[in-house]
Design a protein around this ligand. Structure first.
Ligand SMILES: CC(=O)SCCNC(=O)CCNC(=O)[C@H](O)C(C)(C)COP(=O)(O)OP(=O)(O)OC[C@H]1O[C@@H](n2cnc3c(N)ncnc32)[C@H](O)[C@@H]1OP(=O)(O)O
Length: 397
């Protein structure tokens, strides 16, 4: 088998289509496939030269805790022909992909999993989570606020997707710069209609929120189908915009249910409803993170608690091992190799899971994945790795 960098668009897509057993139409192809970066894509060829597997990657920026933006390779279009599975084709492509990310000077690879059992062996761990919540319209009344910041203010304007692409792009960009776990949406995604709505070309209504000064600071993308109003995403730069938009959506007439496909963990909506059980959130994993340079990764993100931990990290896929002393002072981290006794021993995939602050180290300790070497380590790790807000990613790729 041979893995080659690919610039044959047709070959790549006919192979990945066959791996998924689908024929994508041209209109779907013009979207996500148009945003494709051929220089980051790989095709695996069998000994007879025929293509049998594909892997692509998009160049995104990922927002890390502390409003830090870092390049991240977004792995996509992974497929191996059904005739060639379980023979190590994906393993070989992942080795090539990770080497390529390092060669570009990047230290993060991220992906969305088709199946949660595939990618941990390659060093990826689930790092952001998202909530789906369906609220029955007749139980959607808001409770009277008892104080706080999340009061609906400003105004909501109703637009069609086709009429406000630039405005959405601006709002999304402002939002993602301070939302840990968010990925950039390159301009060409919006221009080409790539991905899922609202970047994708499917018709949608957009409720755009403006603050009291008239500055656009949030939007919700939605469509009514039968008796259900389905919300693709609510993008809001603050709680006031979030509250205004969710109130708008929950007040829609002639629907029985409002289905939110992507709410951030820790969002206030459930608490804002008079009936706490009107919508019960279901959480799922979303973005998986793979670290390729641990000292760089740890010194690049922002930190919120002073402290020090010795981490003993194993990376079976890349056959690497390192012990690092992480010291945080005043929001900045130092991370150096050490021979000191470790506080925690962990796999690189578990470090990926806790990296953005969305997974508590103590939960992975209790699950038997991370080993704590003394009783204070779980609490110390939870305090150190937390983020200023829960990481969340809504981007599909
Ligand atoms: C980011 C994305 O694009 S997600 C989309 C992933 N693609 C799909 O789901 C499309 C359909 N599936 C496929 O094309 C293939 O089954 C792939 C790409 C998931 C796996 O490709 P393969 O070449 O069969 O994987 P490979 O032989 O390299 O397997 C490596 C290891 O992963 C395991 N593995 C691979 N796929 C699966 C799976 N679906 N379930 C459980 N284990 C799996 C293998 O058993 C092997 O384990 P080992 O290291 O213990 O021996």
């Amino acid at each position: 088998m041979e893995i080659r960098h690919n610039n044959d668009y047709e070959l790549f897509f006919s192979t990945v289509q066959a791996a998924f057993g689908r024929y994508w139409t041209d209109s779907a192809g013009s979207g996500i496939l148009g945003a494709f970066e051929s220089e980051r894509s790989l095709i695996a060829h069998a000994a007879d030269g025929k293509p049998v597997g594909t892997t692509g990657a998009y160049s995104f920026d990922l927002t890390l805790p502390g409003d830090v933006l870092s390049p991240a390779a977004g792995v996509t279009a992974v497929g191996v022909l059904p005739t060639h599975r379980r023979q190590g084709v994906l393993r070989a492509m992942m080795q090539e992909h990770l080497a390529d990310v390092r060669a570009r000077g990047e230290f993060l690879s991220v992906l969305l999993c088709s199946e949660a059992v595939i990618y941990r062996r390659f060093g990826y761990g689930p790092a952001t989570y998202t909530e789906r919540m369906t609220v029955e319209r007749h139980r959607s009344a808001f409770a009277a606020p008892r104080g706080g910041t999340a009061v609906a203010t400003g105004s909501v304007e109703l637009l069609r997707r086709v009429d406000c692409a630039e405005l959405l792009e601006e709002i999304y960009d402002r939002y993602r710069r301070t939302q840990p776990g968010a990925l950039s949406r390159p301009h060409r995604w919006w221009a080409l209609g790539a991905g899922h709505p609202p970047t994708g070309p499917e018709p949608r209504y957009l409720a755009v929120h403006r603050d009291a000064e008239g500055t656009a600071d949030g939007y919700a993308s939605y469509l009514v189908n039968g008796d259900t109003l389905t919300v693709d995403e609510v993008i809001a730069v603050d709680d006031a915009a979030f509250t205004s938009l969710t109130q708008y959506l929950l007040g829609h007439d002639l629907v029985k249910k409002i289905e939110f496909k992507h709410l951030p963990p820790g969002n206030p909506l459930r608490w804002q409803l008079a009936d706490l059980r009107a919508g019960e959130p279901a959480e799922t994993d979303w973005l998986w993170v793979r670290l390729l340079d641990i000292p760089r990764a740890l010194t690049t993100r922002g930190w919120f608690t002073d402290g020090s931990l010795v981490l003993d990290v194993t990376d079976p896929f890349l056959e690497e091992h390192g012990r690092y002393r992480l010291t945080v002072r005043d929001g900045k981290a130092e991370c150096v190799r050490t021979d000191l006794a470790p506080d925690l021993s962990l796999d690189v995939s578990d470090l990926g899971s806790i990296y953005l602050g969305g997974t508590l180290p103590s939960v992975l300790i209790r699950a038997g994945h991370i080993q704590a070497h003394h009783g204070e380590a779980p609490g110390l790790a939870d305090a150190l790795f937390r983020s200023d807000r829960a990481p969340h990613c809504v981007h599909w790729f």
